[in-house]
Design a protein around this ligand. Structure first.
Ligand code: NDP
Length: 284
């Protein structure tokens, strides 16, 4: 008999409307020959526990978590992956026959995106702007990949210091905090990452740093996925840096989630092409 029920996956967040994940995930499912769906759910923080309970009730196969749920959702999981425990945040829930497993694919997606572009993190010095959920995941995974040093520059000193301390304590990699004064000088480094919200649509600002510290050949990565070409990347490009946009990280963290939910390997080229097409058609 034909089965009319499509497996459902999705994302819980607030705001969520401008998240392009459905087109990317559904392109990934199609590349695996699966007719799975991906739906965005606007979930108020006060309703998070109830929403997570519905994952079991409705037999939703998997869910991504985005702002502001990545930390809070941890307490409703039956199990946490090792990296989720280390990072202290989850972006993916896997529903394994009613048992909810919290995982974090953000940092691994970042690392794979770098490696696929030929960047080797081993022995590198990274300067990262931001100390939020994404920065925590990136910092921990880059340290586990063998980078030499991570410098965190963050607006809120306490969060910046906390992240530097966490990286140092959990991975043993040298990490330090630098306060974010206006036009802050960027210490000598191989890779500069913007892991703040600055530049996320509709914001057209760029981080307030000394752009003349960017050297030709330095890798400059923005994790903002929308727009792909941020003002931050444009400034870096003017100084002959090698620039990477946020779409790659989005695709690889998503591909890891698809693998965990479906057991299949999606074609990342298809996921990236779907995202790029969607950006072409969206005025940003
Ligand atoms: P969080 O809210 O956890 O962290 C936001 C960070 O940005 C904090 O460090 C915050 O500093 C900083 N920040 C925000 N506004 C400013 C400002 N005006 N000036 C200076 N610093 C500022 O968010 P996430 O870490 O979860 O997400 C950050 C960004 O990364 C989002 O735009 C998201 O879209 C993107 N992202 C992209 C992914 C991808 O795959 N490409 C995956 C995950 C996230 P403070 O501590 O002082 O508040």
């Amino acid at each position: 008999m034909f089965n009319f029920r499509n497996e459902l996956t999705g994302a819980f967040g607030m705001p969520i409307d401008e998240n392009p994940s459905p087109v990317m995930y559904e392109a990934g499912y199609r590349s695996c020959g699966l007719n799975w769906r991906y739906q965005l759910f606007e979930v108020d923080p006060a309703d998070l526990e109830c929403a997570i309970r519905s994952v079991r009730t409705l037999k939703i196969a998997g869910v991504n978590l985005t702002i502001p749920h990545k930390t809070e959702a941890m307490k409703y999981m039956d199990e946490l992956s090792e990296s989720a425990q280390m990072i202290g945040a989850i972006n993916t829930i896997i529903n394994h026959n009613g048992r909810l497993i919290g995982d974090n694919t953000d940092g691994k997606g970042f690392v794979i995106g770098m490696e696929r572009r030929g960047a080797d993190l081993q022995g590198k010095t990274i300067v990262m702007l931001g100390a939020g959920g994404a920065a925590r995941a990136i910092g921990v995974e880059c340290a586990l990949k063998g980078c030499k040093k991570i410098v965190i520059i963050n607006r809120t000193e306490q969060k910046g210091r906390e992240l530097a301390g966490l990286i140092q304590a959990k991975t043993g990699v040298d990490a330090e905090y630098l306060s974010w004064d206006a036009g802050v000088h960027i210490p000598a480094c191989d890779i500069l990452v913007n892991a703040t919200n600055i530049g996320l649509y509709p914001d057209r600002n760029k981080p307030d740093i000394c752009y003349d510290d960017i050297r030709p050949g330095m890798i400059v990565q923005d994790i903002i996925p929308n727009p792909a070409q941020t003002e931050f990347l444009k400034e870096a490009g003017k100084r002959q840096a090698v620039t990477y946009d946020g779409l790659n990280m989005l695709v690889y963290q998503g591909a890891l989630a698809v693998e965990k939910w479906t057991g299949r390997h999606p074609r990342t080229e298809d996921m990236l092409a779907a995202l790029a097409k969607c950006q072409e058609n969206t005025e940003v």
